[in-house]
Structures are given as C-alpha cells and as structure tokens.
Design a protein around this ligand. Structure first.
Ligand SMILES: NC(=O)c1ccc[n+]([C@@H]2O[C@H](COP(=O)([O-])OP(=O)(O)OC[C@H]3O[C@@H](n4cnc5c(N)ncnc54)[C@H](OP(=O)(O)O)[C@@H]3O)[C@@H](O)[C@H]2O)c1
Length: 232
C-alpha cells in the first residue's frame, strides 16, 4: 500500500455522537482517559485532526500574526521543514491555525513533541504559507478548494514516510476520509450513554457511503463502556 494505513479512533455516545452533553458527564471522563490510553497503545507515529479540533485541543483558537508577511510571495510547493519520528497532521484547508512553533506541546506523551504538517489547499494565502515557513512548520498542498484526501495520504507517505495514521476527528474531517473510502480500521470508545442533544455525528456531512468490515473485537471497559475495533 503506497499510502498510510488509516485508523479512525474516536470517542462516541451509543448513538454515534462525537460531541454533546454526554461529554460533560463524570462518566465520560473515565472513557476520555481510556481513549487516550488506547491512542498511546496504538503507538502510531502520526495522527491527524481537522482545523476545529486542532483549535480546541492545541492552539486554543490562536490566530496567526501575518503582519510580518504582508504581500509576501511564496512558491506553491510542498515544504518538508524536517524529518521527524512523530507527526501531527493538521488539516487546515484555508490556513487559519495560529501555531506558536513547529511541534505540539501537550501533557499527554501520545501527542507531545509531534512535528506539525499543515495540509492546505490553494485557498491558503501566501502570507499564511510564509508564516508557516518562518515557524519551521512543514506543509503540503492537497487540492484547489477542498482537501484531496488520496493526494494527502500519498504525500504523507512519500515525503514523510508515514505508514500508519490515526485519524482523530472531528466529524467533518472523518467524513472526508469516509467519502473517499480511505478508512482501513475503526476504533471506537463507546460511552454507555445515548444523547439526544445537538451533537456532531461521527460522520458529520450526510453524504452517501458505506464501509463494511469483516472482523470486530468488542472489549468491555469499566461501568458499561466498550472498545469496539473493526478491521478487515
Ligand atoms: N469525540 C471525539 O473523539 C472527538 C475527536 C475529535 C474532535 N471532536 C470534537 O469535534 C468537534 C469538531 O469537529 P468538526 O467536524 O466541527 O470539525 P473538524 O473536523 O475538527 O474541522 C473541520 C474543518 O475542516 C475544514 N473543512 C472545510 N470544508 C470541509 C469539508 N467539506 N469537510 C471537512 N472539513 C472541511 C473546515 O475548516 P475551515 O473552515 O478553516 O475551512 C472545517 O471547519 C470539536 O467539538 C471536537 O471537540 C471529538
């Protein structure tokens, strides 16, 4: 396979929500910890998230200061700032994330020290691309208006040697991979709660698609939770 093997790893309610009231419960905290434990146990050397998830988890909504790069002109070429043994793939089509430097800083060793690769479309501004380069952040161009997931995976494999990728939300980003049939395995930590609040679905964009798996392992977790793992 000349692309990374993709594992979708998510925390859900019984009815397949990835956000909602169920996440504010004390019970959910236990399963959040299980989610991070399982993430670490996969020992994948790369994980990917969409722009909104990256903002919530790592940049805390910071905006990039583009003023030093006003009217910068940059080549629309992929940029490998460095080869590392651990990568955070940031799917940010318009170039909006205000990273402070080129690595993730997080108390969880499952995320800490990952080198950031920004996945952009042609819609990202020259100023933003110059901003990334000044921070030593790698970037790849994958599509005109929308992310071309197949192209992204090919570049991650060829330029960075990524062979396994944990896909970790949110729902819009998961859908991009789903639509193109690029999910090889699903790992769900299911919180034993159904939630009728207005949460985001595991696949947030309601588009047609069907993924079938042949093998499932269901591992009970404390207090009624489950870890569900689907593979072929
Ligand atoms: N339960 C879990 O395991 C889990 C895991 C991760 C995240 N989450 C939660 O999920 C929520 C965020 O999910 P989300 O679905 O709103 O956002 P997301 O997938 O994190 O980010 C989506 C972003 O990608 C860009 N995009 C544009 N068009 C798109 C398209 N057609 N398809 C996909 N992406 C497109 C957009 O960025 P631009 O607008 O900049 O173009 C869009 O805002 C957060 O609340 C987070 O906490 C839960």
């Amino acid at each position: 396979m000349n692309r990374p093997y993709v594992i979708l790893h998510m925390l859900t309610s019984i009815d397949g929500k990835i956000t909602g009231d169920f996440l504010s419960s004390e019970l959910a905290d236990v399963y959040c910890e299980e989610y991070y434990r399982i993430h670490r146990e996969y020992a994948s050397r790369a994980f990917a998230c969409g722009r909104i998830t990256m903002e919530g988890s790592f940049t805390q909504g910071a905006k990039p200061d583009l003023s030093p790069f006003y009217r910068a002109k940059v080549a629309r070429e992929d940029y490998v700032a460095k080869r590392h043994d651990f990568y955070a793939v940031s799917i940010d089509p318009h170039g909006r994330l205000g990273w402070s430097d080129s690595e993730i800083h997080d108390p969880d060793p499952g995320y800490d020290d990952a080198h950031i690769i920004e996945v952009l479309t042609a819609q990202a501004s020259d100023e933003y691309v110059a901003f990334l380069k000044s921070k030593g952040i790698s970037y790849i161009f994958c599509g005109e208006d929308e992310i071309d997931c197949a192209l992204m995976l090919k570049k991650l494999f060829n330029l960075f040697g990524i062979k396994k990728l944990m896909l970790e939300g949110g729902g819009l980003t998961d859908t991009l991979f789903f639509e193109e049939g690029l999910i090889d395995e699903i790992s769900l930590v299911a919180v034993p709660m159904a939630d009728s609040s207005d949460g985001i679905d595991l696949f947030a964009n309601k588009k047609k698609g069907l993924l079938t798996f042949k093998n499932v392992t269901a591992t009970p977790l404390a207090n009624g939770g489950l870890w569900l793992n689907y593979k072929n």
